[in-house]
Structures are given as C-alpha cells and as structure tokens.
Design a protein around this ligand. Structure first.
Ligand code: PBG
Length: 324
C-alpha cells in the first residue's frame, strides 16, 4: 500500500479531504462600546477592536458579505455597578447594538448571538452577585440566576436571535429558559457555554471587554482544566435544563473535550477559539514565525475535525476571505 498515491495533486487531496471548513460555520465576536465612529484596537489582540454601534454595523456588513455565519456580541457599558445593571438595561450597549443590527441588511444573513454574563457590567468584574464568603467574598449562585434571566430576556427582546450564557452558574439554563418562555420568547434558542474552563487563555479578552475580576479569580465557578468527566456532566445538565446548542471553551487546549462531547450528544456543538489562542497565533504571525494563512486555517480545521459544528473565532473574517 502506498498512502502517498492520494496525495499527489491538490485535486486528489481535495477529493479525499474528510473535513471541510465553511465561512458559514464561523461566528465573529464583536465588542460594542459607547460613542460614535469609535474603532479602538485592543492592545493584546491586534486586529480586534472596540466598536461603537455604527462601526459595529459596518463590521457586520463586511462579515455578512464574506459569508460569515454569525456574530457574538459583548458590551462595554458606560458605567458599572455592584449588580451589573447595565446587562439588562433596555438601553444597554448591546441592546442598542442589537436594535441597530436588526435594521441593517447584514442581520438577514447573520445569526446574531448575544453573550449573557454580568462580568462586563459589574464593578468587581465577577460573573455574579458578590456576598461575604470563605475568602472574604463569594459569588452567590441563586440570586445571580434572576439577573441572568432578566439579561437574556432583555437581549432577546432587543433582537438577539440566540442567547449564550457564559457565566457558569448552576441552573442558569433552566432559569433563562423559564424566563424566555414566560416573556413569549419560546422560539429563542439557548447556546450554553456548557463546558467552560477557568483558563489563562481568556487574558486578552478581559482587556478587550474590560472585565477582569478586581479580586480573586473565577475558579469557584468555571471548571478545573484537568476535568473531562466533569465537563460531560456539565453538558448533560445544560441539555436537561433546555440548552439547544452547547459551546466548548477554550478550543485548542481542550480538543479532547470537543471530541468527547461530539461522541456523547447529538445537539449542535461549537468550539470557541478564545482570545489567548488568537493572540498567541497573531503574535507568532507578526514575528514571521508562522505562516498566517496556513496557521489560521489549520487551527480551525482541527476544531472541526475534533467534532465542532461551528467555531467562534476572531479570525472569522480573515478565514472567510481565505476560503473564498
Ligand atoms: C464572560 C466571557 C469571557 C469570555 C467569553 N465570555 C471571559 C471570562 O470568562 O473571563 C472569554 C472569551 C475569550 O477569551 O475570547 N464571562
């Protein structure tokens, strides 16, 4: 047997290629900020910007032209407080963005997903309500559920096609599903970040979204990176609570989790190539140590091969251009 026979030309290789990447499988995260005409590059993420709503609409239109599948919206509010009230403010930054996007042509082609979390809106930077606890503080699970549910309803009302809770509180999918149904939003799907690990690779995002915790870390609510079986339990619970799709995050250091999830459940699965994965590739690319186009596509194909149906990636536009 000679395995090389089928590798002799690009047309042969294309014929026997097992995994395909399509721009429609890619979801492009956007960071919305107040103002007009604002396009502020994130220091640790070259090529990624904080965008005012008008600029975000332009960016969305470009993404739609390239065939990108969807957007994932995050917000940098005007001001923050203990509870994170900006998250469910009818005039909150993401709510404004959703209404503007809904009026644009782009939204007919893109699935507009709104991240549901409090950390961008709380003064302490944690993903839930803070009470006194073991280390002097603790994130209180159950009072947080109410706030997340309110946020999800507000985002869906403003026009989100999908809501995506990323907070990792127990029971949040059920709470959000109940609240959506009660608000006549039974048709709004939930994409839950079912297995989200407490990761160093979120570092650059916390600069992009101005959401770094002001004390402590997120290890009491996000998962320990060593645990695969626990990730499967998180997935089972989220699906039992009513999640329509699930997201695995980060992607590259956790491709075994994506594969295990794929073999376990039949719902659509996404992988999130997080900020640190982007920055690390981008840094090596800028230094000339990696070939940009090949490195981007290879990293994304790996996630599809592991079993992800779709991928959240800051390279969505570039990758779509390369695939055109
Ligand atoms: C909010 C949230 C985070 C990310 C997505 N949603 C940050 C965090 O949990 O600290 C990280 C995304 C990235 O790094 O690209 N909870």
């Amino acid at each position: 047997m000679r395995m090389r026979r089928l590798r002799r030309s690009e047309s042969l290789r294309a014929l026997v290629r097992e995994t395909v990447l399509d721009p429609g499988d890619l979801i492009y995260p956007l960071f919305l900020c107040p103002g007009k005409g604002v396009r502020r590059e994130v220091g640790s993420m070259p090529g990624v910007f904080n965008l005012s709503v008008d600029e975000a609409v332009r960016e969305a239109e470009e993404a739609a032209k390239l065939g990108v599948g969807g957007l994932l919206l995050f917000g940098l509010p005007e001001s923050k407080d203990e509870q994170g009230t900006g998250a469910w403010d009818e005039n909150g930054i993401v709510q404004q963005g959703l209404r503007a996007l809904k009026k644009s042509e782009a939204s007919k082609k893109l699935v507009v997903i709104a991240d549901v979390c409090l950390c961008e809106y709380t003064s302490h930077g944690h993903c839930g309500v803070i009470v006194e606890g073991r280390e002097g503080w603790e994130v209180d699970n159950d009072p947080t559920l109410d706030l997340l549910a309110r946020t999800a309803v507000s985002l869906a009302k403003a026009g989100a096609d999908v809501v995506a809770p990323s907070d990792m509180m127990d029971g949040r999918v059920a709470a959000i599903r109940r609240a959506l149904d009660k608000a006549s939003l039974a048709q709004t799907p939930i994409l839950s970040y079912a297995s989200k690990f407490a990761s160093a690779f979120y570092g650059p995002f916390r600069e992009a979204a101005d959401s770094a915790p002001q004390f402590g870390d997120r290890k009491s609510y996000q998962m320990d990176g060593a645990n695969l079986r626990e990730a499967m339990r998180e997935i089972d619970l989220d699906l039992a609570e009513g999640a329509d799709m699930i997201l695995m995050k980060p992607a590259m250091p956790y491709l075994d989790v994506v594969r295990a999830a794929r073999e376990r459940v039949d719902v659509p699965i996404g992988a999130y190539q997080v900020s640190g994965e982007y920055s690390m590739l981008q840094a090596a690319i800028e230094k000339g140590w990696l070939d940009k186009n090949r490195a981007i596509l290879e990293s994304l194909v790996g996630m599809r091969r592991a079993g992800a149906d779709f991928i959240v990636t800051y390279f969505a536009k570039e990758a779509s251009q390369l695939l055109a």
